[in-house]
Write a protein that binds this ligand. Sequence first.
Ligand SMILES: [Zn+2]
Ligand SMILES: [Zn+2]
Length: 407
Amino acid sequence: MKKTDILIQHQCPQCGAPAILAEAERLFQCEYCKVRSYLLQRDFFRYVLPHKASEDKEIVYFPYWRFRGTLFSCFAKKEHEEKFTDISYPAANTDELPMSLGFRTQALKLSFLSSEVKGNFVKPTLAIKDVMNIFRQIVNESTAEPPLYQKFIGDNLSLIYAPYYLQDDVWYDAILNAPVPSLSAPHIEYYKPDVQIHFIPALCPNCGGDLEGNRNALSLTCRRCYMIWKTEKNQLIQILYAVIGSDAEDTVWMPFWKIRAEVSGVKLDSYADLIRLANLPKAVLKTDESEEFYFWIPAFRVFPSVFLRLTKGMISVQPKDELTNQLPDGTVYSVTFPCSEAVRSLKIHIAGLIKPKRNLSNIIDKIGIRNPQALLVYVPFQDEAHEIIHYEYHLSVHKNIFEILKD
Ligand SMILES: [Zn+2]
Ligand SMILES: [Zn+2]
């Protein structure tokens, strides 16, 4: 995952000192003034690539959509497939622009688009929905068997502006200062892009205390008033949460989305339904019929294959431990995978449960999900040398993944 992280240069919103952010970074502490700021995301981030043109050149920024995430696919015969993708595509309808930004986003440091960036901006005309279809086609080019169902999960779309300029009627790539004779772009329309970047101080809206979180946290914790906050529409709002307690030493509490939803197309309302749908090696008891079924989706980012395995494990376990609202004193891992993406992934998980698999092709199109209700639940895992383990649930996750996520 790390290899494709883009880097963004910006200034501390408090003192103006220069800083470098990794793409997924939200909680940032300034090296100079030590003030911690939190970056809010309204819809998607807008970046500009740095240019090397001389000052007299009038820069024209061409927009590209960039998506970084995973395409999950279900097939009639084989197991689920997960393809991690990092792709870009011109956001303005032009045949003449290079089709992709290539490795530039990784080789160069980007900046957030701000009002200080001078130049003309070409208006994006390709809708998000359409570009996602194009991305799907690109990824599917290397897929042999047609998938029954597919979903992009990853929530990481951004708009990147690439700099060009005109000189003697020839377009120049302003990163390389090299002519691009094929580019004519006669019908481009300029516009004023949204340049708002919102940093707020990482302080609890309730008590003013410091908020804690991983650097890529989507949730922030206040240890003074035991509240957990998430961002919504440019502000912090409180999230309700529950905790499974543990007295064990070296415990790390991992966040999960416990989701109840109306599932149509297959019967998945009770634990008994799960036993039947997944053909679990268990007899259905009468009590299983009345026990409500829940999805348990990791609320932290892991590799796609681990995401599927962990979800399947938690769903099969259907944790019934007592829930409290007591935030533990030990290590609490931040939410790094949003609830909206967890909900988008539900059908993939249902498809992964269905056994025998030959039933899947008849059922998959009929499966629908309505009225999802989610609760954030912290589940205690044992913090071992190389893994975090839940012995009772028979679940483990290698820490390699966490090291990537933590820094
Ligand atoms: Zn500062
Ligand atoms: Zn507080």
